[in-house]
Design a protein around this ligand. Sequence first.
Ligand code: MN
Length: 417
Amino acid sequence: MLSFIHTGDLHLGRPFRRLGSLGKEVRKAQLRSLMNIVDTVKQTRSDFLVVAGDLFDANSVSDKFVKNVMSYFASIAPVPVYIQPGTHDVFDSASVYRTILGSQVLPPNVTIIPEEPSEFRPIPDVAVFASANTTKKGGDRPLRRLSALASKSEAKFKVAVVHASVDVPGLSIDPDEPLISLDEIASSPFDYIAMGHWHKRQAWPLGGTPKALYCGPPETLEFDDVPSPGCVNLVSLGPTITAEEKTVGTYRWVKLGIDVSLVPDMNAIVSRANREAGPNTLLRLELRGSLSSGEEGRLSSGGPGSPGAGEGGSPDGIAGDNASSFDWAAGLSIDDLVNDLRERLEPNFFFVEVDTSRLSFYEPAPGQFPPNSVGRAFHEIMAEKIEIAQDPAEKEILQEALRRGSLYLSGKAGIRS
Ligand SMILES: [Mn+2]
């Protein structure tokens, strides 16, 4: 069976600044994924390897690093390797590939795809068609030129390598970037289009037999790459074309959104997060929901409560069933909350990031509703009831009703079905 390995978007040398000192561990994992890729080529006895753009994160990489990267490809000689310059390592005058081509580091089994559409024959029955990206922008339509060239080819199997977005409204990142349309895919003479650029595993068209496949980065690059790709495609060329995932990556990036108003306590956040735990898991915890100003919460919990610069208080408990549930974090500032969570989660993960940019600080105020609105009337009626209530427990319930009602009427909270 004829087969090849399709990868792309390795982004070798990426700084991973948000990871601080752990960034270098992920950079090491990127090189490990490259080693796993060449091992996969050997183990599956694949006929060739294609890299669909963005092998390097940037064109400014050191000669030593480039030499090291090339040595991985040299290790599978004479198996042909086709490297397509993408958008991060675009084939412009300052391209890393100009340096590689002008030096002695290019292994004999490696081809850097040139600017003009070209046909390569790794083995007699298979033709690979590709052209380098020479600009990051420009509304280029690379598949059209490749299709024109491939339609003249007699090869039994035709493979294209393209670093571009699929032109789907709402999905393509930028109308000025390299694009291929669904029509171009459908009418192209290719058996398989090895895509790069999008960092997600996807196959187009969505219905029917997929022809243009994104394999995603072999080592995941960010929290937005969901689910973590971490693999390459083993493509088998025969009466039917199949693409099988082969895992080559190390780290799993998990983004978890939690509405603090829907959990009973901090333990619930920790135990939910710990379901994702692992020594190779990076966690981004995105907290959202509304925190009350914490005045009543602080009083009822007796906590110190020092919101300092203004932000702080107790997470909202809109869905709580009783009074104790909505002030579970009373007296905590947002910083305290984040520090507590990090302290409890960090031992169980490779990396933990807590985002609180969508946690809102909230205290009902009549001025937030226009005069003569339902919200203003509700606020005034409730304020009067709170004023005249004698029983402290009743007063507390009314205050909470005001807070929750104001959240609802101002659109800050909804009703769960
Ligand atoms: Mn990329």
